[in-house]
Design a protein. Structure first.
Length: 335
């Protein structure tokens, strides 16, 4: 008698979640608290975009009121007389001063800030790194007007020797030619801005370098790498995106700094080949200096220059994000 064996019937398939439910689960929106937090986060992002759009619309509207009345070229005119009839104004000098002072500040501040951050995270003992980091945090909280007063009363008088030295040895280049007088120039403003943005770049870079994988550093040391080689091959590549972000934060403050620049700079609304001669001013400094005495056309002209500064800031930050997004090793994205 043959006894046939039959395989047990497969169990009934369990109910699978729908694609919509899977997406909600992946977003963490299955619980009430998660849904509330998701809604608040999304609303905050939308509100931020709405505020930025409102600022752009306001600046564009006020600029459109005065630009047709301008008797000069807004981009190339070397004059600012927006209260005249008809008004004559241009941003060439302001754009030059803003870009030059910001570039000088970044060239000075970024290498120094990265060096300080590396020293605090990988060289200095804890008893020393803690107080230094605390002092740097305090420098970031100093108001702009305090920096401006310090720059006008202390920095400017003490730069005469350096300006004379630059003129003696590098004046032949034309960039560092000095005609004498108080050193209230674009170079002075750049040095002051570098001191102001140094704490911002240092603090962010320090926190990024502290997050470098300890396993990678120990593996490099086990293979015989020196401490500098560990920093160069492991720490700096890991924190490069953070350094770029920190630099953009510092650049944003340098581009929009007002009171410190207005206190130190002696503008003449001309573009000089030498960085040691009085500069033509910056966007923010010009707005602060002329807004109180401006008429309706003058205020709209200043707002138009503010629109240009707004666009420059957006372009700079957008370029930084593109640099990070295009390089996976910068952004930390997984392959």
């Amino acid at each position: 008698m043959d006894i046939s064996t039959q395989a047990p019937a497969p169990p009934a398939p369990a109910d699978r979640p729908s694609p919509a439910e899977q997406k909600r689960a992946a977003r963490g929106a299955t619980r009430p608290g998660d849904r509330i937090f998701l809604g608040l986060s999304r609303g905050a992002g939308i509100l931020l975009l709405a505020v930025m759009a409102a600022i752009a619309v306001f600046l564009t509207y006020r600029a459109a009121l005065v630009l047709p009345k301008n008797d000069g070229n807004f981009l190339t005119t070397f004059e600012w007389n927006a209260t005249a009839e008809p008004p004559v104004f241009g941003i060439a000098v302001l754009a030059f001063g803003t870009v030059v002072t910001s570039v000088i500040a970044m060239l000075i501040a970024v290498p120094v800030a990265v060096g300080i951050a590396l020293f605090l995270t990988h060289y200095a003992p804890k008893k020393l790194s803690g107080p230094i980091a605390y002092v740097i945090d305090l420098l970031a909280a100093v108001p702009s007007i305090v920096y401006g007063l310090w720059g006008a009363l202390f920095l400017v008088p003490h730069l005469e020797g350096m300006f004379g030295w630059l003129d003696d040895y590098f004046g032949w280049t034309g960039i560092f030619a000095w005609q004498g007088g108080a050193p209230r120039s674009l170079l002075t403003v750049g040095i002051l801005l570098a001191i102001m943005i140094l704490p911002i770049i240092t603090n962010v870079s320090r926190e990024v370098f502290k997050q470098a994988p300890l396993m990678h550093q120990e593996a490099a040391l086990a293979l015989g790498a020196t401490r500098w080689e560990v920093i160069r091959m492991s720490v700096i590549p890991f924190g490069r995106s953070g350094v770029i972000s920190a630099s953009m934060l510092g650049l944003g403050r340098a581009l929009g700094e007002t009171m410190a620049v207005a206190t130190v700079l002696s503008p003449d609304f001309l573009i000089h080949a030498s960085l040691l001669d009085p500069g033509g001013g910056t966007f923010a400094q010009n707005i602060a200096a002329k807004f109180a005495e401006a008429n309706d056309n003058g205020r709209d002209a200043l707002i138009a220059s503010g629109l240009v500064l707004f666009v420059i800031t957006l372009i700079v930050n957008g370029a930084a994000r593109l640099i990070i997004a295009r390089r996976k090793e910068y952004s930390g994205a997984n392959a």
